[in-house]
Design a protein around this ligand. Structure first.
Ligand code: ADE
Length: 250
């Protein structure tokens, strides 16, 4: 099987991934540490995506050009936008859009100039196999995060959502901006800062791409509350459990 690129949005997630890799070797390219090794018997390269569309696109390009990965899976957190997309839920991207792309009136709003489209689809086979792993983990959240985190973050009835993720170079942390995005992109389930850029790079190279995001906030006036604690106690544990389960299933 082709080498698998794993892009983690957060240090805590990457640390947990590295703890599961028995033989990782660090290779530094473009100021980024790429970790080359194996996980569940599969050849993987794990890397911190960095934050924002340009940084993540550069990381993805290096993964492809310098490390020859044949597919990329992205994990991280996102703000919930869609109705019923709540903290602790997981969103599996089926397509991604840059919510801050606007070259109008030269091109329709959100369309990426010269691509003739605004949405970039994820790979169906890759996403379907991840979906099964996510469902298995969400069926027993307590096993992965412990009973205290389940109570603290009200994780009693977490759900998997699938659909559109919106990316842009803004941490959305006001109810007004959240409403604006909900109106501009009514189908968007979640907002984050990298996914659509990596999807575009993978489309350029013809590589399968999938993206998973744990909802850490509702992209509103409370978006910053307990962010670090949530990432440590919940999101990074979900990510590792889901990726590990997925790799085992391959
Ligand atoms: N990642 C996690 N929460 C986010 C938010 N509210 N806006 C942008 N990116 C995020």
């Amino acid at each position: 099987m082709a080498v698998i690129g794993i892009m983690s949005a957060m240090h805590e997630e990457l640390a947990a991934v590295l703890a599961a890799m028995p033989d990782e070797q660090r290779v530094t390219v473009a100021g980024r540490d790429f970790w080359v090794g194996h996980w569940q018997g599969h050849a993987v390269v794990a890397v911190l995506s960095r934050i924002g569309k340009v940084a993540a696109a550069t990381t993805a390009t290096a993964l492809i050009e310098r490390f020859g990965v044949g597919q990329i899976v992205f994990t991280g957190v996102a703000g919930g936008l869609g109705p019923g997309v709540k903290v602790g839920d997981v969103v599996l991207a089926r397509s991604l859009v840059q919510h801050d792309m606007d070259a109008s009136p030269l091109f329709p709003r959100h369309e990426v100039p010269l691509y003739g489209r605004s949405r970039f689809e994820t790979d169906t086979g890759l996403s379907d196999s991840l979906q099964r792993a996510v469902q298995a983990v969400l069926a027993d959240v307590q096993q992965h995060v412990g009973p205290e985190a389940v109570t603290e973050f009200a994780l009693q009835s977490v759900r998997l959502h699938e659909g559109l993720i919106a990316s842009g170079d803004r941490f959305v942390s006001s109810t007004a901006e959240c409403r604006y995005l909900q109106q501009a992109l009514p189908e968007a389930l979640a907002v984050e800062m990298e996914g659509a850029a990596v999807a575009q790079v993978c489309a350029d190279y013809g590589l399968p791409f999938a993206a998973l995001r744990t909802i850490s906030d509702r992209a509103d006036d409370d978006a910053h509350a307990d962010f670090s604690r949530f990432i440590r106690a919940v999101a990074s544990r979900y990510s590792v459990a889901m990726l590990s389960q997925w790799l085992k299933s391959l």
